[in-house]
Write a protein that binds this ligand. Sequence first.
Ligand code: CAA
Length: 240
Amino acid sequence: MTRVAVVTGGTRGIGEAISLALKEQGCIVAANYAGNDEKARAFTDRTGIQAFRWDVADHDACLVGCAQIAETLGPIDIVINNAGITRDGVLAKMSFDDWNEVMRTNLGGCFNMAKATFGDMRARGWGRIVNIGSVNGQAGQYGQVNYAAAKSGIHGFTKALAQEGAKYGVTVNAIAPGYVDTDMVAAVPAAVLEKIVGKIPVGRLGQAAEIARGVGFLCSDHAAFITGSTLSINGGQHMY
Ligand code: CAA
């Protein structure tokens, strides 16, 4: 059966790899993006996957965007809450806007997307939500009180919503990536990044496709008994 999947932040980085993996698995994929039209057009040209622009931090925009996708491609079966931003800085230098933007996008986006799709998944008796957390939400990270709090919140959100979906065939899981070779990680100062990579037992950054394969599995019928779970894909950086 062909499933319709929405991947937020799905045209770049880990999101792009997830969009591709789900397409390869036979899904009809809609990739959401926030603002970079040029990169989104190039992504669609490259992959044939349709891109839809809205800000996941905007509650109403999520409702409208998902309704538009359902109308164009069919009812939404799978949501991957991948969209995320960083506004790193030590607490003393972090503004309220830095805090708020990260909370609204990274955590608020999960709530907004679930509100737009979860009820319909439950009514139709099948659904998959995969939320992209982070090793930094599990372990904390110097200079990231905003990001770590939002990502940690995602892990709680996942376990709570999983309980509301379980009886209805809707699973809700999280993936906690470690440091992956993307633009977001490339923005970390080189000297800081070198120290972080030095602490990864596997000895390298992850690849976006290595995260995407995990997402693909959690979205498959084989993973029907897995819900409320977090899969860590971090090269051994944090084990618990
Ligand atoms: N633990 C303890 N102390 C640390 C530290 C750490 N991990 N990192 C830095 N410090 C110390 C420094 O040694 C320095 O101390 P002194 O002043 O005594 O020399 C002090 O803190 C200030 O450090 P910086 O010069 O780095 O401070 P800054 O204000 O210029 O930058 C920062 C701070 C923006 C947080 C910068 O350190 C940074 O970017 N760190 C990386 C944050 C990070 O890992 N972000 C991940 C982004 S990718 C992502 O989030 C994806 C994912 O899910 C994994």
